[in-house]
Ligand binder design. Structure first.
Ligand SMILES: C[S@@+](CC[C@H](N)C(=O)[O-])C[C@H]1O[C@@H](n2cnc3c(N)ncnc32)[C@H](O)[C@@H]1O
Length: 263
């Protein structure tokens, strides 16, 4: 990768091309999975908060089911700006706002709070995950659900085969390259994006930057040990997009928690 490109924080420039990079992701299917999870574990889910909602694709797919009042938040103002634009274009009714899930400032509760697509993997230590879980309590009642997923070492070993050396040109004239590496000893997965803003000829490079995304990859046992240090009860742990119990072979694990001590 060109070392002259400026390094930018994660999810700043990438926001402009995030949806193109994720075009293979079936958010409608994912929304149906979250919908099924909510209905199996909560008697009447109505109010829903998505943490780390990115450009809002999942929240907007969920909104189209016309069953929920949805709020989406993310730390990145650039991702939230895209989410709001899509909300307008699709004439949806999701509220989007900027919020760091490690510093929750909202003073209302929701029936369900969820945070998916590896967003928790941006937390690199057990202490940070415990802080996340403690912060989430502000949004929960004892009946509320906290649903989050994380990816495992099994997933990272597979994913580098198709993520590494990915490249593409987007409709809004960006070229991107992704390199993807996984350090097994440290359990750290690194995705490095080189993003070039192109002129309309799609040849001339106007600007170039790098975003480096480092994610800590957790085994099921590591995550269970962390959750056990908190006041949460584990209602379920599911493998991938199924209702099968997660195990050490799962690629993505979705946890469903409740916190009886929440005020
Ligand atoms: C892999 S993306 C997932 C986005 C979205 N959930 C989706 O399904 O497309 C990870 C997201 O986590 C957000 N994120 C990372 N750390 C965060 C934090 N501390 N608070 C809130 N959002 C955070 C990033 O800004 C990014 O939008």
């Amino acid at each position: 990768m060109n070392s002259m490109a400026t390094e930018k924080p994660a999810y700043t420039t990438l926001a402009a091309i995030y949806d193109a990079v994720m075009e293979e992701v079936n958010y409608d299917f994912w929304a149906d999975y979250i919908d099924a999870l909510m209905l199996s574990h909560h008697p009447h889910p109505k109010t829903v908060m998505e943490l780390a909602c990115g450009t809002g694709s999942l929240a907007l797919s969920l909104d189209e089911l016309e069953c929920y009042d949805i709020w989406g938040t993310d730390k990145s103002p650039q991702m939230i700006a895209r989410a709001r634009e899509k909300n307008r274009q699709r004439m949806c009714g999701v509220d989007f706002s900027v919020m760091d899930f490690l510093d929750i400032t909202m003073s209302r509760t929701f029936d369900v709070v969820f945070c998916v697509f590896d967003s928790i993997n941006y937390l690199h230590t057990p202490e940070e995950i415990i802080r996340f879980l403690n912060q989430c309590q502000k949004l929960l009642t004892p009946q509320s659900l906290l649903i989050f997923d994380f990816t495992t070492p099994v997933n990272s070993m597979e994913a580098i085969n198709y993520l590494h050396n990915e490249e593409g040109i987007t409709e809004n004239n960006f070229r991107f390259y992704r390199s993807s590496t996984y350090n097994r000893d440290e359990q750290v997965h690194t995705n490095k994006f080189k993003i070039q803003k192109l002129a309309t000829d799609q040849e001339t490079v106007l600007d170039e930057c790098i975003e480096t995304h480092r994610q800590k990859i957790y085994t099921l046992q590591q995550m269970l040990a962390i959750i056990n240090q908190t006041a949460y009860n584990i209602r379920a742990k599911y493998s991938d997009f199924e209702f099968e119990e997660a195990d050490d072979e799962s690629l993505r694990i979705t946890m469903v928690l409740q916190c009886p001590n929440t005020q």
